[in-house]
Design a protein around this ligand. Structure first.
Ligand SMILES: Cc1cc2nc3c(=O)[nH]c(=O)nc-3n(C[C@H](O)[C@H](O)[C@H](O)COP(=O)(O)OP(=O)(O)OC[C@H]3O[C@@H](n4cnc5c(N)ncnc54)[C@H](O)[C@@H]3O)c2cc1C
Length: 345
């Protein structure tokens, strides 16, 4: 495919990023999006965590996460310059912490694996952790600093991308792929219905708290009595607390899940109990059988960019760059080889 016009189906963070990069290459772009904020991006905490998300046996995906993390500074700066909208890209880094001895043993296995794969993770004594974040519980048994794991505010990123694309975004639900011109399917969990590809929704609940700005500076990713929770502080005093992960399609918020997240959050940072609970929100991550995205050509005139599961915000820059290149020039970057949409047969 080598095109001058392109239709993008899906105006979440992936479809908008691709549309923006295609427009910058001089293509005439139309992005079709069915709703304002029903995408996973609206719940996403915005962690850009190649080290924190590197999982056992997922080397190709880890490589893509690292590559995209290196592209985030330019992506954010360019988007801010073009639109005047600050996207909240923050470089303080992530503290990974453990409350009990069992939590610490579990965390250390992961830190070791990540260090073996060249990801920046430096173990810290409890005293050093509390020096960096005095609001953390004095009961912590240990932790580590991941300086390259950063954050951005996904709602601001989407606002900026929408501003950059302006009238190129059309509000409608696509039911059949247009046959007459190149199309990029970036419809998150809606991709399965359009293409038959195995993208399934994975339910996630996040909470938003509001307190005094400055309670936390780093993103905190922690284990507390076997429960994992992350805390993502924004400059205005908002703290995103996340997240559950369930193979379910409903959007019900249960009291027990809110309780579990808040208990783990306040075990790690007791003062969070003083914050206002301003939002409980469920959205669905678009996941694939091997938890890695589907990126590349899929039949005549069709390109797919979907299934980014837990890392669609982190992966937006590399996805947008490589998919825009594929659409504009017909050339598929070698980095895409491991993520061919047809790999499940
Ligand atoms: C609770 C939670 C926390 C998360 N935290 C993080 C995080 O910290 N860091 C990170 O990197 N990632 C995170 N993620 C994952 C990230 O949000 C997703 O990977 C990312 O949003 C996927 O982007 P997308 O554009 O492919 O899909 P979505 O964001 O889901 O957007 C898809 C869009 O396509 C539209 N659409 C669907 N079907 C159609 C159709 N037929 N016609 C037209 N439009 C259609 C939808 O309306 C929607 O706007 C989180 C996700 C959740 C749920």
């Amino acid at each position: 495919m080598s095109a001058t016009r392109v239709v993008v189906v899906g105006g979440g963070i992936i479809g908008l990023s691709i549309g923006w990069r295609c427009a910058q290459r001089g293509l005439t772009v139309t992005v079709h999006d069915s709703a304002g904020d029903d995408g996973a991006w609206y719940a996403a905490a915005g962690m850009l965590a190649p080290a924190g998300e590197a999982g056992f046996g997922q080397e190709a995906l880890t490589g893509l996460l690292v590559e995209s993390a290196t592209r985030w500074p330019d992506f954010a700066a360019e988007l801010e310059r073009e639109t005047g909208i600050a996207v909240g890209y923050d470089t303080v880094g992530t503290l990974s912490v453990a409350l009990t001895a069992d939590d610490l043993a579990e965390a250390r296995r992961l830190w070791e694996y990540r260090r073996e794969h060249g990801l920046g993770v430096s173990p810290l004594l409890p005293s050093a952790i509390r020096e960096r974040e005095p609001a953390l519980s004095p009961r912590l048994r240990g932790g580590a600093h991941a300086p390259d794991d950063r954050q951005v505010d996904p709602r601001r990123v989407v606002a900026a991308l929408r501003a950059a694309l302006g009238p190129a975004i059309v509000r409608d639900r696509v039911t059949d792929l247009p046959a007459s011109r190149p199309v990029v399917v970036a419809a998150g969990s809606g991709t399965a219905a359009l293409t038959g590809l195995p993208v399934r929704p994975v339910k996630g609940l996040v909470l938003r708290l509001r307190g005094e700005p400055g309670l936390l500076r780093h993103v905190v990713s922690g284990w507390a009595d076997g429960r994992h929770v992350y805390l993502v502080p924004r400059a205005d005093g908002e703290v995103v607390v996340g997240a559950t992960q369930e193979e379910r399609v409903d959007a019900t918020v249960t009291a027990g899940q809110v309780l579990d997240l808040l208990r783990a959050a306040t075990d790690l940072v007791p003062d969070l109990g003083e914050c206002e609970l301003v939002e409980t929100l469920v959205r669905h991550r678009p996941a694939t059988p091997d938890n890695a995205p589907l990126l590349g050509a899929y039949g005549e005139g069709v390109v797919v960019a979907a299934g980014h599961h837990r890392n669609g915000v982190l992966l937006a820059p590399v996805t947008a760059d490589l998919i825009a290149e594929l659409v504009a020039t017909g050339k598929s970057a070698p980095l895409l080889d491991a993520f061919a949409p047809g790999r499940f047969g």
